[in-house]
Design a protein around this ligand. Structure first.
Ligand SMILES: [Zn+2]
Length: 279
């Protein structure tokens, strides 16, 4: 599932190509990826004002207060390509939007298509207008964005909890954007054991987590995110997987002390950490 850097990369790629375009035709190959209260026809012929990130989700803003909010989950991807003719979709494409310049009148001007591909079909697309959009967004109960939160706010939210620091960092209600990859990397760089209760962390440990969160997320955005599993943004894959120091390295050695990493199952997720460096 895309975390903050991957979602940011996808949103930036989409924004650069889609701003000023409009959708003039939608073709659905698999209706299960569309939320049942969503009417795709609301998106047609309205200029796209921009595409941005909301936590780990992607938000398309159309004219007339119309929004397409998407949660890509495990294998959802947006790609640019040709609009499929007939009802035989390209591999795993569930939805296709034919594009045109929003100012142009010629619908055959060759604007290409935005394709939604999703191998496992766990992703969801929601169309809403005006107040209904605000209600939808609120229903996800997302906390402050991981790149917008202050150190004081982070401490206020987490320090009273006896839950593990890693599970709290990944809980979107506390702060939006982190998942297993970046929570693992941030805690490794901070020397904090992921299963430690947040209530037992010292102020210096919160400070270190906060600073590493900002620097790791910024560097990962620069590198277009981490390509693990099948992540790919519209303009290509990410490179930050080459900078991971702990995530996915359960069988390797800690790059700091050169002792073996440990793997624990915590809150349903595998967590790699160095018992020697992360206290
Ligand atoms: Zn170590």
């Amino acid at each position: 599932m895309p975390e903050l850097p991957e979602a940011q990369t996808i949103a930036t790629d989409l924004d650069s190509k889609l701003k000023g375009q409009a959708i003039f035709q939608a073709k659905v190959f698999s209706s299960s990826v569309i939320n049942k209260d969503s009417d795709l026809s609301l998106l047609l012929h309205k200029p796209i004002l921009g595409v941005e990130r909301k936590g780990k989700m992607i938000l398309f803003c159309f004219a007339s207060e119309t929004y397409l909010l998407t949660s890509l989950r495990m294998t959802g991807q947006f790609l640019f390509g040709d609009f499929p003719q007939g009802m035989d979709p390209p591999c795993h494409v569930r939805l296709a939007f034919a594009l045109k310049d929003a100012k142009g009148t010629d619908e055959n001007s060759g604007g290409g298509a935005l394709l939604y591909r999703d191998i496992r079909k766990f992703g969801r697309l929601y169309v809403r207008q005006g107040e209904d959009y605000v209600q939808l967004l609120n229903s996800f109960r997302q906390g402050t964005d991981a790149l917008a939160i202050t150190l004081d706010e982070l401490m206020d939210k987490l320090k009273g909890s006896s839950k593990s620091i890693k599970s709290l960092l990944m809980d979107q209600y506390n702060l939006a954007g982190l998942g297993n990859i970046y929570a693992t990397e941030i805690l490794f760089s901070s020397g904090v054991n992921p299963i430690k209760p947040a209530s037992s962390l010292k102020k210096e440990e919160f400070q270190s987590i906060y600073e590493n969160m900002r620097s790791i997320l910024s560097k990962a955005i620069e590198e277009r995110g981490s390509t693990v599993d099948n992540y790919e943004a519209p303009f290509g894959k990410g490179n930050y997987q080459n900078f991971h120091r702990a995530y996915g390295k359960a069988k390797g050695l800690c790059p700091i002390c050169h002792k073996p990493f440990s793997l624990v199952k915590e809150a349903g997720r595998s967590t790699v950490f160095c018992p020697n460096c992360q206290k």
